[in-house]
Design a protein. Structure first.
Length: 567
């Protein structure tokens, strides 16, 4: 499986990017909320870990109904996180340390408090302001039924009705400042929540606005963008009913083919790629576009990373795979065939701010994740870091943090919970602020005697995962990640190149990277003979020479003679 060779070596092709959920990383002001100054203070820690870049979650002005993914102004910093001057210092410090900076951009929808949406409500039906969104008349004799049967990914219908200009929406969600009464009017589309109206990308004003947004941040030195809902943007122009409304109602995945993955979206990414290349031509610094692309198959995924579109797109199949050797091998094979085959590099992820933390996902039960879950998470990390391509690490994974599964209902902030009343698939548990030091909350996340409580409560057992303890314990997750990253940077076998499967017992994956680096993962619980006889270069747990214990991954350097019988 050999991907198409690029014409020149590019930093992003095998970079390891650390996802910073700004709100939960480090609080510099004592208000209980992480901020940009906190991220800047944490840069030496990230440099020591060995990452190549950071991806910052949205920090733009926002009412925070979805913690920044409801953007009210794309070209500023929310005061809770800092200001543009602080952002400039962050970029400068990161670049001084050799760390790239990616911003999270949200082009599918904005906030209901965005100036455009306020203008649309005030302007009324048929206006140019409403044409920037998806406003439509309702069905039924009085227009009191939604325009179609689409469901929002965070629960409930994908449509909300407004009354006369300036009035609140019928379901009580905020849609404007004025509170005067009026007659029911049109409906507007929101594929997530009523606080996040979808933009109409068939209106050229929208594309022009985002050109300005890209340039605003590129002019401030950013190295690229992570694109939220990159398969969205365009909806079927006729807004017809979904062919499978029941399936759409059961999941927040992108399953409605009329609302996602429309062909016109590829023209946007071609244009954005040209904007990035324009900046690269000026100074030689390659800018990166990496998309959140949720599509059914690797083949459809590959269409987004063709040579003139996005540089990369997150490959989520490992994140969604059960702990099973065959499932992992199938996902890896499809990615290498369909995605790397375009000339791009696969972008591997095991977790992010929307998913249950890896330790808990791989464990059997328990609020803190079982020992089995921790062992599997460590093995998965070594597997990911051995694969050809780029990798993204969600903050706290390097500490082995489990999911906080028992947050009280009254502290939950996830709009999924607010919309559905269900705790299923809520995301607060992976967003609890990081523990840095000490034995009690706030665990160094906030400093100062008068510090506010963290915006989500930290459990007492976070003490065992605090950064200061992780750094002091050479057996910790942190040291496993650091050693893996050091070897990844230092060994030519772990750069761009080939992946070749080796024969292995059932339940074991083994593959060869480059000239003699072997990675093997035992997905079972019983030990098996190791594929290489000597002691491993690095292992996710105790690994005697000649043996690969259960729930363990290891790397070996070996010569071709040793491997000849394994091919």
């Amino acid at each position: 499986m050999t991907p198409t060779a690029p014409s020149r070596r590019l930093w992003w092709r095998n970079a390891v990017i650390y996802q910073v959920y700004v709100r939960s990383f480090l609080d510099s002001t004592g208000d209980g909320i992480g901020d940009l100054a906190g991220v800047r203070a944490g840069l030496p820690y990230l440099k020591k870990l060995g990452i190549d870049g950071i991806w910052l979650s949205p920090f733009y002005p926002s009412p925070q109904h979805d913690h920044g993914y409801d953007v009210a102004d794309y070209c500023d910093v929310d005061p809770v996180y800092g200001d543009l001057a602080e952002f400039g210092l962050l970029v400068a410090d990161a670049h001084r340390l050799g760390i790239k900076v990616l911003l999270d951009i949200v082009p599918n929808h904005c906030s209901s408090e965005h100036a455009w949406f306020r203008e649309a409500l005030a302007a009324g039906p048929g206006s140019a302001a409403r044409a920037r969104f998806h406003f439509a008349e309702g069905r039924g004799p009085h227009g009191d039924l939604p325009p179609n049967n689409w469901h929002a990914m965070f629960g409930g219908p994908a449509w909300s009705r407004v009354t006369d200009p300036g009035s609140p929406s019928e379901d009580g969600e905020p849609a404007g400042e004025a509170q005067r009464s009026g007659t029911p009017g049109q409906w507007y589309l929101h594929m997530f929540t009523p606080d996040q109206p979808d933009l109409n990308w068939r209106n050229p004003e929208v594309g022009t606005h985002f050109d300005h947004v890209l340039r605003f941040w590129l002019d401030r030195g950013v190295d690229g963008f992570r694109i939220d809902v990159a398969a969205g943007l365009f909806k079927h122009p006729d807004l017809p009913d979904s062919p499978d409304p029941e399936a759409d109602a059961r999941t927040r995945d992108s399953v409605n083919p009329l609302a996602w993955n429309q062909p016109e979206v590829h023209d946007v990414w071609r244009h954005w790629r040209s904007v990035c290349e324009e900046y690269t031509a000026r100074d030689g610094r390659e800018r990166l576009l990496v998309g959140e692309v949720s599509v059914p198959t690797a083949r459809e995924h590959a269409e987004y990373v063709r040579p003139d579109e996005l540089h990369q797109a997150f490959f989520f199949d490992l994140l969604g795979a059960p702990w099973d050797a065959d499932a992992f091998r199938k996902a890896i094979d499809e990615a290498m065939r369909d995605i790397a085959g375009t000339g791009s590099s696969v972008t591997w992820v095991l977790n992010n701010h929307d998913q249950v933390r890896t330790v808990t996902r791989y464990g059997e039960s328990g609020t803190e994740g079982s020992g089995l879950g921790a062992a599997r998470a460590r093995a998965a990390a070594l597997l990911m870091l051995a694969l050809p391509g780029a990798a993204y690490i969600y903050q706290g994974e390097e500490l082995g943090l489990p999911e906080v599964v028992d947050l009280p209902d009254e502290v939950l902030t996830d709009p999924i919970f607010r919309r559905t009343g269900s705790r299923a698939r809520i995301r607060d548990g992976c967003r609890v602020p990081l523990p840095w030091s000490g034995h009690a909350s706030p665990f160094g996340f906030s400093t100062g005697a008068e510090s506010a409580k963290p915006w989500l409560p930290q459990p007492g057992w976070f003490a065992a995962h605090a950064t200061d303890r992780a750094l002091a314990d050479t057996r910790s997750f942190w040291h496993l990640y650091r050693e893996g990253l050091q070897l990844r940077h230092g060994l030519p076998q772990l750069g761009e190149g080939t992946l070749r499967w080796l024969d292995a017992p059932p339940g074991v994956l083994a593959f060869l990277r480059g000239d003699g680096l072997v990675c093997a993962v035992n997905f079972g619980t019983a030990p098996v003979p190791a594929p290489v006889s000597g002691a491993p270069l690095l292992s996710s747990g105790p690994c005697p020479a000649g043996v690969l214990p259960g729930s363990t991954a290891a790397w070996w350097i070996s010569d071709d003679t040793t491997l000849e019988g394994l091919r």
